[in-house]
Design a protein around this ligand. Structure first.
Ligand code: ASP
Ligand code: MG
Length: 408
């Protein structure tokens, strides 16, 4: 018999009907003899509604009080779900984060889980109870309620699965798994049967917003098998995310991630001497602006050009800072472009295969797409291109790397 942690997101518990269907699923699962801990989010839209209420009353709500407020969304759902499960005459217990003894630090609205005292939950499970826990929240040393950041219920579920040494952590959501790329861009995109943690981290951070990134880091650290699956389907297998060594299939490329949220800045004609890259990026970092891709050209006549990307929201601010720097460095010019996009091929298979980058560049060349910047890691190749070629590029790469065809 297995011990499974299941997490249901906002849309999966978004109405009384949806909650009833989660309860039915739980009952069926429990009747097979498995032990079950369920983590739930607030009903869809609820966290945003509460946030808006607070800001209507005070544009600068006290962080401590905001967490007290936001935590109520999940408290409603645990109670409603437990009430729904009880209709099946199954023993069930609901717990808020604090009651489940999920201890966090005191960083309101972005607290980190430090430890979980599992005694009570194990006690309940041993009595055959289904345990329902509020996601997204915990309690700090002082006894204050904390929340874990948007999407934090995923992290609650994984942390509980790790603490309970559960056999699997299942994340039920409104999609039936993780796809090779966004099906809205490539209709032939395919659900992946399996993924390595590292790949999921790359795909998540690059825009495939299926799981909170921190939950994947947590799963990887504690080796919790993580399965993403649809709460609207009966028998889907979803996508299982595990350590690389436990993978069944090993395709060269697992997926294509992309991101339209970046902008590019270039400072032209800066001195080609030690300390210049530092002098360009130091004030950017000082303004808390994160830099993603960086390139510096080969120097000519003692000068060089330096280009980097930032989040589009930080573009104007970064441009102003760079213009100041350019005066100090006596640079020739500062130019920028906020109509760029980044496309990344992701796959652990790249580690053992040469030539992926050149194939990628050939495909983009055939599409007449100019590559503006390139960055690589062991399991990822990213290119920065003009945003207007984004869809065509993703489609061409998806076809060329055969991602629509099932592997293994
Ligand atoms: N309800 C919280 C949010 O909307 C946490 C979650 O759903 O995971 O961000
Ligand atoms: Mg979510």
């Amino acid at each position: 018999m297995a011990l499974i942690v299941q997490k249901f997101g906002g849309t999966s518990v978004g109405s009384p009907e949806r909650i009833a269907s989660v309860a039915k699923k739980a009952a069926t699962f429990r009747e097979k003899g498995h032990s079950l801990v369920i983590v739930v989010s607030a009903m869809s839209g609820e966290t945003n509604r509460l946030l808006a209420l607070a800001h209507e009353i005070n544009p600068n709500p006290e962080p401590r009080e905001l967490d007290v407020l936001l935590a109520t969304g999940e408290q409603v759902t645990i109670a409603l779900l437990s009430i729904a499960i009880a209709k099946y005459h199954l023993p069930v217990r609901s717990y808020t984060g604090a009651q489940a003894r999920i201890r966090t630090d005191s960083a309101y609205s972005k607290a980190r889980i430090q430890n979980i005292d599992t005694k009570q939950i194990f006690h309940d499970l041993n009595l055959g109870r289904i345990v329902v826990v509020a996601g997204f929240q915990g309690i700090d040393d002082k006894g204050d309620i904390t929340t874990l950041g948007r999407g934090g219920s995923d992290t609650t579920a994984v942390a509980l699965a790790a603490a309970l040494k559960a056999d699997e952590c299942q994340i039920y959501t409104d999609v039936d798994g993780v796809y090779t790329t966004d099906p809205r861009v490539v209709p032939e995109a395919r659900r992946l049967n399996s993924l390595a943690y590292e790949e999921m981290l790359e795909l998540a951070s690059l825009g495939a917003k299926v799981l909170q990134i921190r939950s994947v880091e947590f799963a990887s650290k504690y080796n919790v098998p993580l399965r993403v699956l649809s709460s609207f389907e009966e028998n889907g297998e979803g996508t299982i995310i595990t350590a690389e060594t436990e993978r069944m299939e090993e395709p060269l490329i697992s997926g294509i991630a992309f991101n339209r949220d970046e902008a590019k800045l270039t400072i032209l004609g800066v001195p080609n001497e030690p300390g210049v890259a530092y002098r360009i990026l130091e004030p950017i970092a000082g303004a808390n602006i994160e830099v993603d891709v960086i390139i510096q050209n080969v120097g000519q006549d003692g000068t060089t050009d330096f280009t980097f990307t930032v989040h589009r929201n930080d573009y104007q601010r970064a441009l102003r800072i760079l213009k100041d720097t350019s005066v100090q460095l006596k640079a020739r010019e500062v130019i920028g472009d906020d109509n760029i996009a980044k496309v990344s091929l992701v796959g652990v298979g790249m580690r053992s295969h040469a030539g992926i980058a050149s194939t990628m560049f050939r495909i983009l060349a055939e599409e007449k797409v100019n590559i503006q910047m390139i960055s690589t890691s062991e399991i990822k190749i990213s290119v920065v291109i003009d945003e207007k070629y984004l869809e065509a590029s993703i489609q061409a790469l998806h076809t060329a790397f055969n991602l629509a065809k099932p592997t293994g």
